[in-house]
Structure formats: C-alpha cells, structure tokens
Design a protein around this ligand. Structure first.
Ligand code: HEM
Ligand code: HEM
Length: 184
C-alpha cells in the first residue's frame, strides 16, 4: 500500500521510527558504549538503504491535510521547502554518519566488528598490544566529518521535531498522528 494523504504505509512508519530511535540513541550516548555505538551504527545502514530505495520508488510523502488559514501562501511554500530540504538532510546524514564512522575505524587501525563478531581484524603490532593506524590523516579527516555531520544532524533534528509539534499544536493537522500511525 503506498503512502497517502490519510495514511502512511507500514514500511514508511517502521523505517522512520526504527531509524529515528537508533539515531537518537547514538546521538545521546555518543561513544560512552563504543561496541553499541559502532554495531548499531553499522546495522542502521540496512534500513537506511531500504528507505532510500522506498522513497525513490514511492516519491516524496504526500502532504497530510494541511490547512493553515493564518499563514500566507508564501510562508506555507517556505515551510514545505524547509521540510523537504531537512528530510533530505536527515536521510543523507543517516547514511554519511555510518560511512564516515567506518572510515574512522578502518583507517584508525581498529578494524570493524558487530557486537563482538569480527568483520575486519584490527591492525596490531607483533605483540598484539598496540593498534597501528592504516592512515592517520584519513582517520582524523573522517573524525572531523563525523563530528560536523552529527552536530548538523542535531540542529536539523531539533527543527524537524519543532516542525512536527507546530503541525500538531498550531496547525492542528494530522501530520504527527499520520507518522505515529494513529487514525483520527
Ligand atoms: C521524536 C523524533 C521525531 C519526530 C516527532 C518525527 C516526526 C516526523 C513526522 C511527523 C514526519 C512526517 C512529515 C510529513 O508528513 O511531511 C516525519 C518525516 C520524516 N522524518 Fe521524522 N521524526 C522524528 C525523528 C526523526 C529522525 C531522528 C530522523 C532521522 C533520520 C527522521 C527523519 C525523517 C524523514 C527522512 C522523514 C520524511 C519521510 C520519510 O522518509 O520517512 N525523523 N518525521
Ligand atoms: C547513524 C549512525 C551514527 C551516529 C548517529 C553517530 C554519532 C556519533 C556522535 C554524535 C559522535 C560524537 C562526535 C563528537 O565528538 O563530536 C560520534 C563519535 C564517534 N563515532 Fe559515531 N555515529 C554513528 C555511526 C558510527 C559508526 C558506524 C562508527 C564505526 C564503525 C562510528 C564510530 C565513531 C567513533 C570512532 C567516534 C569517536 C570519534 C572521535 O574520537 O572524535 N560511528 N558518533
């Protein structure tokens, strides 16, 4: 079933809330739990790619019944554009964060693992006690990119949540209910 004005498909709902909860957890815990961070950060790539495929196949979300008598047409157009740009940033951010994270780990010599399952061995010295970076410059560049994108994502996410709340409490339309899968 495709997304419609009244109802979003289960695929859209599950992908949105699955990806949103993982991203919010990772933005909050950062590297307090490195195994959790890197493993969830790697796994998220699967639903993110499915979402990109799903959106490219089904197009942009149709607007929920969005009637706003107080705003001018220009203001509404601006908000719709802002929503579109921020949705794209959220999608691109949720792909480029895992990719830059992978580069930090690989080029830093740490290898890759998924909840303890080794996918790529770390680059250690003969004694096995020292991690040797494969390329320190690339690893540091990836760290900077990871940090800049995650900080930008926090700002856009705050805007995104504010937008959802504005629809709900000010415009009093179905945008938030529709994304929560609630039919009102
Ligand atoms: C508490 C947190 C969140 C709330 C309340 C929320 C709410 C919403 C709502 C109401 C929509 C529908 C917009 C419309 O109808 O035009 C939406 C869409 C969207 N949200 Fe969120 N969101 C949250 C977190 C996130 C996070 C963390 C991401 C990061 C990836 C995200 C990415 C998106 C994207 C890309 C869309 C466009 C539709 C889609 O492709 O699923 N959201 N969100
Ligand atoms: C959507 C997925 C991800 C999110 C939201 C995320 C978020 C973050 C955040 C907020 C930080 C702190 C940045 C800062 O200090 O300014 C961070 C650091 C870090 N992340 Fe991620 N991350 C993700 C995926 C990954 C993956 C897949 C890996 C590796 C396999 C990874 C490895 C790291 C490392 C090594 C750091 C520390 C970098 C440093 O020392 O500056 N991340 N991440």
């Amino acid at each position: 079933m495709p997304d419609s004005k009244e109802k979003l498909s289960y695929v859209t709902l599950v992908l949105h809330w699955l990806i949103a909860s993982i991203i919010i957890i990772l933005l909050i815990v950062e590297m307090d739990y490195p195994i959790l961070h890197k493993s969830l950060g790697l796994l998220i790539i699967i639903p993110v790619i499915v979402r990109i495929y799903w959106r490219s196949k089904n197009g942009y979300l149709p607007k929920a019944n969005f009637i706003n008598k107080n705003n001018s047409y220009k203001a509404i157009k601006f908000e719709l554009l802002l929503a579109k740009v921020s949705h794209w940033f959220l999608i691109i951010g949720s792909l480029s964060l895992p990719l830059s994270g992978i580069l930090i780990s690989i080029y830093g010599g740490y290898g890759l693992s998924l909840f303890g399952l080794e996918l790529l061995a770390p680059n250690q010295d003969r004694t096995g006690s020292l991690i040797i970076p494969l390329n320190q410059d690339i690893s540091i560049l990836a760290q900077d990119i990871h940090s800049i994108i995650s900080n930008m994502l926090i700002i856009i996410l705050a805007l995104h949540i504010a937008g959802a709340l504005k629809h709900h409490f000010i415009y009093k339309d179905k945008t938030l209910y529709r994304m929560l899968g609630i039919k009102k």
